[in-house]
Design a protein around this ligand. Structure first.
Ligand SMILES: [Zn+2]
Length: 139
């Protein structure tokens, strides 16, 4: 009961229509953080300048190196586990190990980079995260 009241307060507090889209749904689907329908990426991993559906300005989206850190750590652990399995348990020939791990790393990293980058951008917009400013003299 109190959880739903809290949620209502925060959504009315925020006011902006961009807050109605779940950042997790938009992020996991690589969709626009404002409308949740337009595509976030063009040409693989490049973030669009603006949303095709709602015209939301995406040029300020900057996840930095955050997504890469998650992908390196997760894919490193998964690749090591997969390496142990195919070498130790399945006894695959070396060429098959190299080929399978290469394909796994490339496909997994690109897919995971899209997901994490989109998720970080969606969370950035959802929480109004931006660079800090001293005293507000700039604006
Ligand atoms: Zn949009």
């Amino acid at each position: 009961m109190t959880g739903s009241t809290n949620e209502q307060e925060t959504t009315t507090d925020r006011g902006a229509s961009s807050r109605s889209v779940s950042p997790y749904r938009a992020g996991l689907g690589a969709k626009c953080p404002s409308c949740g329908e337009g595509k976030l990426f063009e040409n693989g991993l490049s973030v669009r300048q603006q949303c095709d559906v709602c015209g939301f300005d995406l040029s300020a989206a900057d996840p930095g190196d955050g997504a890469q850190v998650f992908v390196i750590l997760i894919m490193g652990a998964l690749t090591a586990l997969m390496g142990f399995i195919v070498v130790g348990a399945l006894h695959w020939p070396l060429w098959a190990v190299a080929l399978s791990l290469f394909v796994f790393i490339m496909a997994g990293s690109i897919w995971m980079l899209r997901v994490f980058k989109a998720l970080l951008i969606a969370l950035q917009f959802h929480h109004d995260a931006r660079e800090g400013a001293l005293g507000g003299e700039d604006e």
